[in-house]
Ligand binder design. Structure first.
Ligand code: DAT
Ligand code: MG
Length: 150
């Protein structure tokens, strides 16, 4: 639906590589509404909650260490099919398989340094939004929406 929300995060490598503006720009110009945004240096404990489904994978400790190695940009974007469309815009998990034109396909080469996160289901998006934005999100009218949606 038009009010679907997804949690998008620019990982520490994306921040360090100066890709924050580029990634925000893609969601903004696509027509999504920005409803939450902050720079956070997350703790390993917080990241273990975020990635709880992957606990037990061989790469899990390295993933947590990498994600805690610097600040991330936490965002919530809202719009038509935001979860699925967000994943398409990110590209495949392994950048070697990501299509050119996607964020990972344009800026990454390694699965362990794939610069961005996007929720994989509406249910997980809502969980991730609560985890990263317990303070809630800002309500406002996005005047562009009348030109983006029928
Ligand atoms: P995605 O981020 O596309 O949702 P995921 O949820 O399966 O992918 O995994 C979360 C992150 O963990 C992923 O973005 C990068 C890392 N990761 C996944 N598979 C990996 C692997 N085989 N080796 C190293 N890191 C991996
Ligand atoms: Mg995932």
């Amino acid at each position: 639906s038009v009010s679907e929300r997804t949690y998008i995060m620019i990982k520490p490598d994306g921040v360090q590589r100066g890709l924050v503006g580029e990634i925000i720009k893609r969601f903004e110009t696509r027509g999504f509404k920005l409803i939450a945004l902050k720079l956070v240096h997350a703790t390993p404990e917080h990241l273990e909650k975020h990635y709880a489904d992957l606990k037990g994978k061989g790469f899990f400790p390295g993933l947590i260490k990498y994600m805690a190695s610097g600040p991330v940009v936490a965002m919530v974007w809202q719009g038509l099919d935001a979860v699925k469309t967000g994943r398409v815009m990110l590209g495949a998990t392994n950048p070697l398989a990501s299509s050119p034109g996607t964020i990972r396909g344009d800026y990454a080469l390694s699965v362990g340094r794939n610069i961005c996160h996007g929720s994989d289901s509406v249910e997980n998006a809502e969980k991730e939004i609560s985890l990263w934005f317990p303070e809630g999100i800002v309500q406002y009218t996005h005047n562009q929406a009348i030109w983006v949606f029928e």
